[in-house]
Design a protein. Structure first.
Length: 551
């Protein structure tokens, strides 16, 4: 570990570039800019577009190399134009310079130069290889002065009760805003080792001409999935083609018709983690539809500075302490991310209480599923129209059919082919739920709903539509909160690398706040970083330092 840290050479820089786009603008802060592999990066985002009610509800964060290779990424909520989250640095990440890349879906219509980037240094103490930089920058004279960022100082004073603390002593910070200069909005607070954050002003490369105007709509409702429907083989666009979307395990379905260019977009629930989604297109005369799904993360090229990696003497010492502390943390503490998503599923079907339920176990077993519709006095029957079989609901008053095809579901996945459904084995079906009234879904009117529920929720072995495709889709990242430890046993080390992370600190009406936390077991100098966004949409910061001494 020591040999690797000593070998990485001279000091380099880190930065926070402003991400601007006509209509939407992001500013971002991370808890630190120096990490070891396997650690969690915490970040906070402030967004604006001149109309807070219409700003995107989703922002994207990726950990990338300077040449744009994505190492990790996720989707996060923007609520009241602010959001926060975290990313896990892969344990096998190579030592080197990386960037956090922030953007919204609407920002993908412009150049990637308009995204927000934060430069990070990541050290892997268990690997000897280093990402080779392509640029030879002289970083002297480029450091930001007085702890200020591009917007100037933050009008908030940080007062600590002392300047030096012993291990595990309670630290008390008092924050006071200069109310004569206006009350700042949400603030971002982090307390970290003194050289674990560096701010630099550096040359910015130009990647003009890589914009895609109008291709992406803003996500004002939630995470979205979009794509295009074409004829398989020929690529001919299929405008008006119906597209069905089902989240496996969720008792709901979404239905859309493709627009004039064959495109569709679905707004999805605020679920967390990965889930399987099934997409299929409605039948089209003479062609087999093919669904092409847009990449949910931006994969366009970026032009970012790629300096040679290096650490100065102070950074070497800090990186060593970070690596030791992280190793202790993995032995004594658990990760703070919650992954329980069971409460997010729809446990009640979207159509509510059905008009009738046919529980097949209550009837004499028949050879095929079609026999049940022929023999039972049900509300729905099989009718031949132009030589093809169709389901038709009949009203109880006049026995007149509802002359529109119903929506056919198998375990809440839309299936248009009645022949595949009628060929299902009755032994695989638990029940059939019927809704015998016209039903509107996604602006499309169906002649009722026939929902087949299998005994094992495995689609009863049906051959799903040829136009269908399964996607293991990434919804929002699992909820992650920075865990401030309570009192620890004497034999449990307090090995925090970030002592405090509050991505959305709010001051009282009097412009003040008090923050308390225990001093860690690692002696050294620590920096208090308090950041926010001014009325111009620029990030501003104020800092203070204190020391932790041994017992």
């Amino acid at each position: 570990m020591v040999l690797l840290l000593v070998s990485v050479g001279p000091a380099l820089w880190s930065q926070d570039l402003s991400g601007r786009l006509a209509g939407e603008h992001l500013q971002a802060c991370s808890d630190r800019t120096l990490y070891v592999s396997g650690e969690r990066i915490f970040f906070s985002v402030f967004g604006s577009n001149g109309n807070p009610e219409a700003i995107s509800r989703i922002f994207y964060c990726e950990l990338i190399t300077p040449d744009g290779n994505r190492i990790a990424g996720g989707k996060y909520l923007l609520e009241n134009a602010a959001g926060h989250g975290s990313l896990l640095v892969p344990e096998d990440a190579t030592t080197g310079i990386y960037y956090l890349k922030f953007y919204t879906r609407a920002m993908r219509n412009g150049s990637t130069d308009a995204y927000t980037y934060i430069l990070l240094k990541i050290v892997n103490p268990y690997r000897t290889d280093v990402l080779q930089g392509k640029d030879a920058f002289d970083s002297s004279g480029l450091a930001a002065k007085n702890g200020m960022m591009n917007g100037g100082g933050l009008p908030v004073t940080i007062l600590s009760d002392k300047k030096s603390y012993s291990e595990r002593e309670t630290i008390r910070l008092n924050l006071q805003s200069d109310t004569t200069k206006g009350m700042p909005g949400l603030l971002c607070l982090s307390v970290i080792p003194g050289t674990a954050y560096t701010e630099w002003v550096i040359p910015h490369k130009n990647n003009a001409g890589n914009d895609k105007p109008g291709a992406y709509l803003p996500e004002t409702r939630g995470v979205s999935l979009s794509g295009q429907v074409t004829a398989k083989g020929s690529g001919v666009l299929l405008p008006g083609c119906r597209v069905n979307l089902s989240i496996i395990g969720d008792k709901d379905i979404q239905v859309k018709r493709a627009d004039a260019s064959g495109r569709f977009i679905f707004a999805l629930p605020d679920y967390h983690g990965k889930r399987d989604i099934f997409l299929c297109a409605g039948e089209q005369p003479g062609v087999t539809p093919e669904i092409l799904i847009d990449n949910d993360f931006c994969s366009r090229p970026v032009s970012l500075p790629s300096p040679r990696f290096g650490l100065n003497e102070r950074e070497l010492k800090t990186a060593y302490k970070l690596a030791v502390n992280f190793r202790l943390t993995t032995l004594f503490r658990e990760d703070s991310v919650s992954s329980d998503t069971s409460s997010e599923e729809n446990h009640v079907s979207f159509y509510g209480k059905p008009s009738k339920v046919l529980a097949l176990d209550k009837y004499i077993e028949l050879p095929t599923l079609g026999d049940y519709f022929s023999e039972l006095a049900a509300l729905v029957k099989v009718k031949k129209i132009d030589g093809k079989r169709h389901f038709r609901f009949y009203t109880t008053e006049t026995e007149a059919p509802i002359d529109v095809d119903p929506l056919m579901l198998v375990d809440w996945v839309a299936v248009d082919d009645i022949n595949k459904i009628l060929a299902l084995s009755p032994q695989e079906i638990d029940r059939i739920e019927l809704v015998n009234a016209p039903y509107v879904k996604g602006g499309i009117t169906f002649g009722g709903i026939i929902s087949f529920v299998s005994k094992k929720y495995d689609f009863a072995g049906i051959d799903l539509p040829a136009s269908g495709t399964f996607v293991n889709y990434s919804f929002l990242e699992p909820r992650s909160e920075f865990q401030q430890p309570g009192p620890l046993p004497d034999n449990t080390p307090d090995s925090r690398n970030t002592l405090i992370w509050n991505p959305a600190l709010q001051l009282s009406n009097q412009g003040s706040a008090t923050v308390t936390f225990p001093a860690p077991d690692t002696p050294g100098t620590y920096t208090i970083l308090l950041r926010g966004m001014n009325e111009k949409g620029e990030t501003v910061m104020t800092t203070e330092v204190f020391e932790v001494t041994g017992k």
